[in-house]
Design a protein around this ligand. Structure first.
Ligand code: SF4
Ligand code: SF4
Length: 331
């Protein structure tokens, strides 16, 4: 009996998700024995034409990491969708947009201008174009899309393996489910259904009631490892984030930044944490009830979008608004 065909592909990402697969160590060898890897550009010399030759839906599962930023990525994931029975969004960028999704704060032209024309460290002021000519030759590079999309804003996605990067146990859980044919309902995120606060080792240190009078960045304070970050005024996205990472950041004395995406009952991770924090600010208390104090607290967050939507901007309500505005502009 032939082995199930599996593909791995990366789009706009840092490469950490590919490393996470390799980090499976001997487990990867065991998986590799049971499957026929038909496409994995970062590790094996397959070409796009090899995928094109495959019959439709003949790949058992394609694991695709990275957000969709270029037309080439869009074409490739459409091709893999056609050739695959199942598609799994692998890692934060494919799942919710990830760090590349922060580019959605700016129009494409503004980003290109900033990086290729305005940055002082860029001596060569050439803005890349999709098609260039030099010495009689034509060079084509992938065109950048107007905005960054999650994988499921581009193609139909069956499952999600969250995390930046996904931890080995979550990857193995997903791989095992596919290999055994024991698949959960479509749309399942292979992680816990709890919020990070529910599983955090500091959850019992989180007071039932507390009011934050000052917001601090992690480097501005020596964190007490016995205290919940929020109770110290350090913003932690744990209340709005899905658990399952093994509380990696918390255990390393850093607050959560939300890479596992929203917890099951949360749609907009950034808005949820904003409202949670607003309710914790001591603005009802007499001593800091003035407008100036409220403004001071808000101003103490230097990059609110980068903080509250560090991983989830394309998947958020703000992302929806941007897409709707662009659709209106283009109609
Ligand atoms: S807010 Fe952060 S530190 Fe506090 S309990 Fe939740 S996850 Fe843990
Ligand atoms: S603590 Fe938060 S940011 Fe860190 S790995 Fe877990 S979900 Fe991701």
């Amino acid at each position: 009996m032939s082995k199930p065909k599996v593909a791995f592909y990366w789009c706009a990402s840092c490469g950490g998700c590919e490393e996470a697969v390799v980090d499976l160590n001997e487990d990867l060898l065991q998986v590799a024995e049971k499957v026929d890897i038909v496409f994995w550009p970062v590790a094996l010399d397959f070409k796009r034409s090899d995928v094109e030759k495959l019959s439709d839906r003949s790949i058992a599962v394609s694991f695709i990491n990275g957000a969709i930023r270029t037309r080439e990525q869009e074409e490739m994931v459409r091709l893999l969708r056609k050739k695959s029975a199942y598609v799994a969004a692998f890692g934060s960028c494919a799942h919710i947009g990830g760090i590349p999704g922060l580019g959605n704060q700016f129009a494409k032209e503004k980003l290109l201008k900033l990086i290729y024309e305005d940055l002082e460290t860029n001596d060569d002021r050439t803005v890349p174009k999709p098609l260039s000519k030099a010495d009689g030759n034509e060079l084509e590079i992938p065109e950048i899309c107007e905005y960054v999309r999650t994988l499921d804003q581009t193609i139909d996605v069956d499952y999600y393996i969250p995390g930046c990067a996904p931890p080995a146990d979550i990857i193995l859980k997903g791989l095992t489910a596919f290999l055994k044919g024991e698949l959960p309902p479509k749309g399942t995120v292979f992680a816990s259904d709890k919020s990070l606060c529910d599983t955090c080792p500091l959850r019992d240190k989180k007071p039932d009631k507390f009011s934050i009078k000052e917001l601090k960045r992690p480097h501005e304070v020596i964190h007490d490892p016995e205290k919940c970050f929020l109770s110290e005024g350090i913003i932690c996205l744990g209340p709005a984030t899905r658990s399952g990472c093994g509380e990696r950041c918390i255990n390393a004395n850093m607050p959560c930044r939300g890479c596992f995406g929203p917890s099951p009952r949360v749609y907009d991770q950034g808005a949820k944490i904003l409202s949670a924090i607003a309710s914790l600010l001591g603005i009802d208390e007499e001593e800091i009830a003035s407008e100036e104090d409220v403004s001071r607290l808000i101003d103490s967050i230097p990059d609110p979008v980068g903080l509250f939507y560090m991983y989830s901007l394309p998947a958020s309500n703000l992302g929806d608004k941007r897409r709707n505005d662009e659709q209106k502009d283009n109609s």
